[in-house]
Design a protein around this ligand. Sequence first.
Ligand code: E4P
Length: 217
Amino acid sequence: MKFFVDTADVDEIRELNEMGLLDGVTTNPSLIMKAGRDIMEVTKEICAIVDGPVSAEVTATDYDGMMSQAAVLAGIANNICIKLPLTMDGLKACKALTSDGHKTNVTLCFSANQALLAAKAGATFISPFIGRIDDMAVDGMELIAEIRKIYDNYGFTTEILAASIRSVNHVKDAALIGADVATVPPATLKALVKHPLTDKGLDAFLADWAKTGQEIG
Ligand code: E4P
């Protein structure tokens, strides 16, 4: 499973990238707002830090507007992935951009049929929003399972990018189902390493080691 980090905070991205954990980055207009930075400037900086795809989202809602914004965003760096909303115009733009050789991420996916359409439009990634579905008291993970089954039935190569992840269990369950990618907030990505028995075990080993009086090297 590939790990993308879901943020536009360059300090967090740099830290996680240095750990060798990052395969890409996803941003959206809300994350750009949270970062408080100019979209062009911050996205360029992110693209220089991470080798993998960096999703940058269009804000136009009509096909022509999406295509002209996509051209601007694609000019930022070679690893830009154009993020488009799952609408008629978004799918049309996805088809055109994919045919032109761009990477595309179709976002705001809340149903298996929407994911089927995105795959038919040639999307590089489909982003089903697990957490926001859970918020409606419906199991978001079920959607990941449905999309996995449909894509496998027909051999679609669109990668399932589990998005709107809120917990470490979301990451584990998406991996068990076979999502290709998880885009994870920085804090959740760091929480994946934590286990109280690891800390307890390490403390015990270090205490016993001190009693031996030995040093390595
Ligand atoms: C990423 O591509 C999505 O925009 C993001 O995961 C949405 O997460 P949220 O539902 O926590 O805003």
